[in-house]
Design a protein around this ligand. Structure first.
Ligand code: FES
Ligand SMILES: [Fe+2]
Length: 330
């Protein structure tokens, strides 16, 4: 099933850019195969509109902000943050503005250094990230890139436990220690949780970054499907109590492309000069996943009988059920 065949996915908030990348210039963003524009008003508040002017199709993202409105670059019509046209420059005063002179307006939120947008008719709540509300954790942004892969394929890969020893054999995985200790998958509505303990290979970078010793270390991952396209992985190192939480969000650009964003929270209060080395390992790991999923077809199978499963695939089987439920939700 393609992303466009699950309209309920539109009702969630997704990151569209870093807050620091949204200046006074309007910015074009693309979600679910449609074009939108985000911009800031004079107070700095971010807003989101459809990127197509109903007059002659001008792209508002090529326009500019004036009087807290967004001006179309073609004939200068101005649109307020609720999408209504408030001014038509060529029109004489006193002539009413056509009621159809309006564009779609969509909720935009800024949280954790990201601009989030929802383009559905029935917006759900913003995702809640436990560790990011806790002062004991440090937020570090790691990456935001366009992947040529469908969003469910990327989430499926994040939820997949047995690939680590193979796809990441040259980084954090060890195919000498590929037996897993898995717990049960628990489901609450569309939220999924499970834990898995594995023996991870320790290289020099890992020793420096995570303070672990020896050739291998036991690490438990508490994985969670926070929202249908948002993953949280709480990695706990048994040896020293280090907690490294990975958040992965997948913003569907269209059926085949995804804006992948990853940020982490750490409980060891890492000094900023260590951030680069910490994020370098996660970037390497993610590039290994990317090389793989970019070659998997975007059509995501929701029929359980379409694929072969083992007991280690419990989480990803359940993910198919979650998406199937969502697909039938409207
Ligand atoms: S196309 Fe936008 S004002 Fe004419
Ligand atoms: Fe992976």
């Amino acid at each position: 099933m393609l992303v466009s065949e699950i309209p309920a996915l539109r009702n969630y908030f997704y990151p569209v850019c870093y807050s620091s990348d949204l200046s006074k210039e309007p910015k074009h963003v693309r979600l679910f195969g449609e074009d939108f524009v985000v911009y800031r008003d004079s107070q700095g508040t971010a807003h989101g509109l459809s990127d197509r002017c109903p007059h002659r199709g001008g792209r508002l993202s090529q326009g500019w902000v004036v009087n807290d409105c967004l001006a179309c670059p073609y004939h200068g019509w101005e649109y307020a943050s609720d999408g209504k046209c408030t001014f038509i420059p060529s029109q004489e005063a006193g002539i009413p503005i056509p009621t159809r002179a309006k564009v779609g307006a969509f909720p935009v939120e800024e949280r954790h250094g990201l601009v989030w947008m929802c383009v559905g008719d029935e917006p759900r709540e913003m995702p809640y990230f436990t560790e990011l509300e806790d002062e004991g954790y440090t937020l570090i942004h790691e990456m935001m890139d366009v992947w040529q892969a469908s969003a469910p394929r990327i989430v499926d890969n994040a939820l997949d436990v047995s690939h680590v020893a193979w796809v990441h054999r040259n980084s954090i995985g060890s195919n000498a220690n590929n037996k897993l200790e898995m717990g049960e998958v628990s489901r609450d509505g569309l939220n999924l949780k499970f834990s898995v303990t594995l023996v991870a290979q320790v290289n020099e970078a890992m020793k420096n970054i995570n303070g672990v010793t020896g050739e291998t270390t036991r690490r438990t991952t508490h994985a969670e499907l926070v929202q249908p396209l948002i993953f949280r992985g709480r990695l706990v190192y048994e040896e020293n109590g280090l907690v490294h939480v990975l958040y992965k969000t997948c913003t569907p650009i269209d059926n085949e492309n995804t804006l992948f964003c990853q940020f982490i929270a750490r409980n060891d209060n890492p000094a900023p000069e260590r951030w680069e080395s910490i994020t370098a390992v996660d970037r390497l790991v993610q590039s290994e996943d990317r090389a793989l999923v970019e070659h998997i077809e975007p059509d995501f199978p929701l029929e359980i009988t379409d694929e072969v499963h083992t007991k280690y695939d419990k989480m990803t089987v359940e993910y198919r059920r979650v998406l199937a439920e969502l697909a039938g939700a409207r």
